[in-house]
Design a binder for this molecule. Structure first.
Ligand code: PDD
Length: 281
């Protein structure tokens, strides 16, 4: 049975217990982070840690996340994931356990910290090269999508809509602008220019997004960070998603529109090849 981490202890998953008074359970009052590991090495943990610190500060949870690096490595080792090509470690920190009342517990209580590790199964290259399909839906999230909050109901509903439609993702659209996927960032290519939404409070500042932008720089692919209207996205040469549990994943159809010529394009392919080379995945 897999081993998880809960409040300082490593436990068999089935024995880990959280209180019904946990504020994560009652209010979704917490944040989370998902960090990839390539052959047992955490990838860009410093970036994930920085985002986690910002999130904790934004919701006023006093918790030092730096020691979680060792927890993540220990979870990989204890679950036999130190040698697999790709794994990821999930960690969430909630405000802790207290009788239900909206305001913060006073005095503060110990945050609840839970983490687990899983293997990531990348699609085969043949499958990847077929591309994928996505639909669109209104972005119903709050205006702090930059905080990696565990409150994911709008993302859950949008992703279920994708599953119901038999596609892999839903692009969230706010005021006519294609923002990001339910659990990944969105890129498009127009006349050779890689384009993605600028960092703002309306998107999650993806670590993979930054990495892919760096790779584009190394490959000499021009970049523009700007809002992409959905009407324009339909006419893109390429569309793809990036994220820890997505890596680089092209979409060849959005709603009922074919993207480009309906095949995975050269920019997504070049970026994914470089991505695999650098991560050693
Ligand atoms: N999702 N946008 C959203 C809304 C996300 O939830 C995520 C990550 C990303 C990509 O961020 P990164 O490249 O740092 O993984 C963008 C995680 C993996 C999840 O919810 O499981």
């Amino acid at each position: 049975m897999s081993v998880v981490f809960l409040n300082g202890e490593y436990l068999p998953k089935d024995t880990a217990r959280v209180s019904v008074n946990d504020r994560g359970f009652l209010f979704a009052d917490g944040i989370y982070e998902v960090t990839p590991a390539y052959r047992g090495r955490l990838f860009r943990w410093d970036h994930h840690l920085a985002r986690m610190r910002k999130g904790l500060a934004a919701i006023a949870i006093d918790y030092d996340a730096a020691p979680l690096e060792d927890v993540k490595l220990e979870l990989l080792a204890r679950n036999g994931l130190a040698d697999v090509p790709v794994a990821y470690v999930y960690v969430q920190v909630t405000r802790g356990v207290a009788p239900r009342t909206h305001a913060f517990p006073d005095p503060p209580v110990q945050p609840t910290v839970y983490a687990f590790a899983n293997e990531y199964h990348r699609p085969s290259m043949d499958n990847w090269a077929l591309g994928s399909r996505a639909i669109t839906a209104p972005d119903q999230r709050w205006a702090r999508a930059d905080i990696k909050a565990i409150a994911l109901l709008p993302n859950v509903l949008a992703q279920q809509a994708a599953v119901d439609a038999g596609v892999i993702n839903t692009i969230l659209v706010r005021d006519g602008i294609a923002i990001e996927g339910t659990h990944n960032n969105l890129f498009a290519v127009f006349d050779g220019v890689l384009t993605t939404a600028p960092k703002s409070n309306y998107i999650l500042h993806g670590v993979t997004r930054d990495f892919v932008i760096e790779l584009a720089g190394e490959l000499g692919i021009p970049l523009e960070e700007r809002a992409i209207p959905l009407s324009e996205l339909y006419g893109a040469d390429e569309v793809f998603f990036t994220g820890t549990t997505t890596e680089v994943r092209p979409a060849i159809r959005v709603d009922d529109r074919m993207i480009g010529d309906g095949h995975v394009g050269p920019v997504a392919r070049a970026l994914f090849e470089k991505f695999l080379e650098v991560t050693g995945g």
